[in-house]
Design a protein around this ligand. Structure first.
Ligand code: PMP
Length: 415
């Protein structure tokens, strides 16, 4: 184990953390589970599971109806969760947090509402070549309708954004820049502060896809100055189908509603309808109340930790993984950006990633294989996909040892 790994192991009590996650305590295929698919979704601590179950056991009721005690309790918990998310991101006000089903819906909301309002024929939306499909396709749908164009910012063979190319792409045609904080496929950490500043200098609005950012970093949307920041609860120890969009009030005010229905209106008549205030203007229908409360509990969980120590621990896990990978014959890393977080993508000579995933699963080791919903960057690298081990703060150095022992064993089947 490297010195950094030893130090981080000493200062971060992973065993105590793991004890909070029931799903990590099980055996899979006769072996203690090694869960390395955290970029797809993380497991949930007991406090998140309890928050969701307590809501249904005790407070279950619709929100913002105020007719009785349970409804009041549900509303208070639902809105308290929104405040927790606002604090997590350091939003200027709670009304700038819109509940969504996750990152995908958050980006679709911005593309459909803001994009459709501002994009004209000949305009451009810049995304990076390493984006997740959910930060490409929503823009394509809207751009097609408006006669605008979605243009990819090139990515180097190492998996780093080509910032010189980005600068040269920034002209008056660019209305929106939409870039991932961290690539789920390669683990590359993008220089989002510089991207935001350059985007703004060029007169564009900037959206950050934070699906892989929030789980690993403290995010301060005011310090960053981004216009929109999207994330998913289930990748940061919260429930699935629940996430949020942060948007600057000034922009959210200008944007038309995304969905129509109950809750998002002030008055409805056949002569005309008036819309509710922020954030409710964007939240038509009965929301995922239990999901929001569960996400609030996940925020509490994150805030209860020393996040700096957690980040050091995760970085040490990745460094240890890279050290082992360098000495593992036949293994090629995919993505070698200088700044990496969360994910380790790789290929093993003579094997298809899908077969490798299956052979690891037989040993109780969960990794993801495939294109990771990032087909353009896979195409650029000339590969159909990779195997990807992705880390959360509850992973251990033993998990990394098990992964490489598992790969060694898999090799004997593949020969
Ligand atoms: N962006 C990135 C970078 C992601 O990793 C993911 C999930 N893999 C998404 C967007 C989409 O998130 P969700 O499916 O939770 O909406």
């Amino acid at each position: 184990m490297s010195e950094a790994a030893v130090q981080s192991a000493a200062s971060f009590d992973v065993a105590a953390l793991r004890a909070q996650f029931p799903a990590l305590q099980q055996e899979v295929n006769g072996q203690p589970l090694v869960y390395l698919d955290n970029a797809a979704t993380t497991h949930k601590p007991q406090r998140v599971i309890d928050a969701i179950s307590d809501f249904y056991r005790l407070d279950n009721s619709n929100v913002h109806r105020g007719a009785h005690t349970l409804s009041d309790r549900a509303t208070l918990a639902f809105e308290a969760a929104r405040q927790k998310v606002a604090a997590l991101l350091n939003a200027a006000e709670t009304a700038e947090i819109i509940w969504t089903r996750g990152t995908t819906e958050a980006i679709n909301l911005v593309a459909s509402s803001y994009g459709r309002r501002v994009l004209r024929a000949g305009d451009r939306v810049l995304v990076s070549a390493m984006e997740h499909h959910s930060n490409i396709v929503p823009w394509q749908l809207v751009a097609q309708e408006c006669g605008a164009e979605v243009v990819a910012i090139p990515v180097s063979a190492e998996g780093e954004l080509d910032m010189a190319a980005f600068r040269s792409l920034l002209d008056e045609r660019v209305k929106i820049v939409a870039v991932g904080h961290v690539s789920n496929a390669l683990g590359s950490v993008n220089p989002i502060q510089e991207i935001i500043d350059l985007g703004h200098q060029a007169g564009a609005k900037v959206l950050i896809d934070g699906a892989q950012g929030v789980p690993h970093f403290s995010v301060d949307v005011q310090a960053l100055g981004c216009d929109f920041y999207a994330f998913s609860g289930h990748k940061m120890y919260g429930p699935t189908g629940m996430g949020a969009l942060y948007g600057r009030r000034e922009l959210l005010e200008q944007m038309p509603p995304y969905h129509g229905g109950g809750e998002m209106i002030k008055t409805v008549s056949f002569a005309g309808t008036t819309f509710n205030d922020l954030p409710f203007k964007f939240e038509a229908g009965t929301p995922n109340i239990a999901g929001a409360i569960g996400l609030g509990a996940a925020v509490d969980f994150l805030q209860s930790l020393d996040r700096k120590a957690a980040a050091v621990h995760e970085a040490a896990l990745l460094a240890y993984t890279h050290e082992k990978a360098a000495n593992f014959s036949g293994l090629t890393r995919v993505g070698r950006a200088k700044q990496i977080a969360g994910a380790f993508s790789f290929l093993l000579e003579g094997s298809h990633p899908a077969d490798l995933g299956m052979l690891l699963d037989q040993q109780g080791i969960a990794v993801r294989t495939g294109d990771h919903c990032a087909q353009p960057i896979m195409k650029q690298f000339g590969i159909p996909g990779t195997a990807r081990a992705s880390f959360a703060l509850y992973n251990t150095f033993d998990d990394v040892d098990r992964l490489f022992a598992g790969l060694e064993k898999a090799k004997t089947f593949l020969m």
